[in-house]
Design a protein around this ligand. Sequence first.
Ligand code: HEM
Length: 503
Amino acid sequence: MGFVAELSAAVVLIGIVYWWFKNVNTVRNKLRWCVKKPGVPILGNALEFTGGSTEHLKTIGRCIEYSKEKKFTYIEFVYRPIILISNYKFLEFVLSSNSLKLIDKSDDYTYLVPWLGTGLLTSGGGKWKTRRRILTPAFHFQILEQFVEVFESNGNIMVNRLKEEVDKNSFDIYPYITLCTLDIICETAMGVSINAQDKKESEYVRSVKEMCRIIVERSFSPIEMFDTLFPLSRNYKIQNQAIKVLHNNTYSVIRQRRKELEESKKQLVEIEDDVGTKKRMAFLDLLLKATVDNKPLSNEDIREEVDTFMFEGHDTTASAISFAIYLLANHPEEQKKAYEELNLIFADDKNRPTGHRYLQEMKYLENVIKETLRLYPSVPFYARMVNEDIEYEDGKVIPKDTSLVIFAYGVNRDKDNFKDPDSFIPSRFDGIDGKSPYSYLPFSAGPRNCIGQKFAMLEMKSTISKIIRNYELLPSIPEHKIVLAAETVLKSANGIKIRIKKR
Ligand code: HEM
């Protein structure tokens, strides 16, 4: 390279570095109102997050505590500005409908895109608004009512499978629950049964598990987190294979259902006239009927949404049900109250099908689930991206490209929001113990909250009530202390070990 070319390259490089640092300084100046936790040069605070999934909750908690009573702290990951928040007033600003500018997700969600595309969870802006409008009717109570029998039949299979664990000193109930919730979401989202509970692990189930694992590993791997370096890893090949299996499966179900619906237009009219009594509709059928600007959704549009339900709708409920079972096994008084309520509802026959009406009557069990989700929110933190400078209050600016991390786990356990915050007290939900809707955030809040929360509540009530009607839950021998791990959802790294006795 000649001297002039070298000089030009050096000037360009210096220009880029100068521009970069000017930007970094502008962002830091704008964020002077926020307490900044000091980090190391270049990497910022990234090294504090290298402890693995069992350390993330503690690390985020420590970072937020650094700002003392403010409860929001500014950190940097390689100059990327991030505000970690557990202050419910700030969260109200971020999540409420007044902040429609703050509906886009942060970069961390891009690892989901190869599988889910840009469906409801990962999309932003106009696409998200259109999809949310189309999908909202799919969660109408008349539609959800039809799914109760899917919860029922799959819950029965699980209760039967649990027989082999009766009277053992200790066993891990999580694998039973996760297969049950996987069967439920498959049948409700796609209208087909994969019988995950009956079969040896299928290729589809294995692929779902592989994808959930890879998504987490990528978020914290200094190599795999970069799209340019990821193809060099072993996970890249595994991911491609898993995605092929998952997409082929969803596409083949979509094509099959589209054909069936087209061939039986007459039957479809019957379905429209009498939702749920003639033929159960899956979420997929509703998507096949949906239109945008009078045009039907393409197979790819539908696949994105069906896969999103598959991802978002099984691990979340599996983890919540498992934690509820763990808490009940270790709190006999609370279990007794839940069981007595069920005895009243099912006085004549404990195996009577759990119809929608009976699920509505399970008030105490609902408190148990709410309290479980307060202590162990399935999605313990989630994030938004700021796409343009936005004013918070009194001229405080949140600069473009800042990630806002909503620390639901921290808000839910804040002693200023809940008395005795680390204790399991379901009855606190009889009255309103939290100060504001933004101080209890297991399903997020505002326009981008969880679309599946009513579905989830029905499924959790159905499944948990089935377990406790059939088995007494007892603490494991020896005692089992769970180790929390914040993976794609909050889990116990060492399983959910309990004991069961036939009732
Ligand atoms: C205990 C169970 C569940 C919990 C705790 C939960 C929690 C959440 C949370 C916190 C969000 C917001 C995430 C974010 O902002 O990144 C969310 C979004 C979402 N959830 Fe759930 N969820 C549960 C069950 C379900 C189920 C069963 C479904 C589907 C059948 C579902 C579908 C979705 C979808 C599609 C979104 C994205 C909504 C949007 O961005 O408009 N969830 N969920």
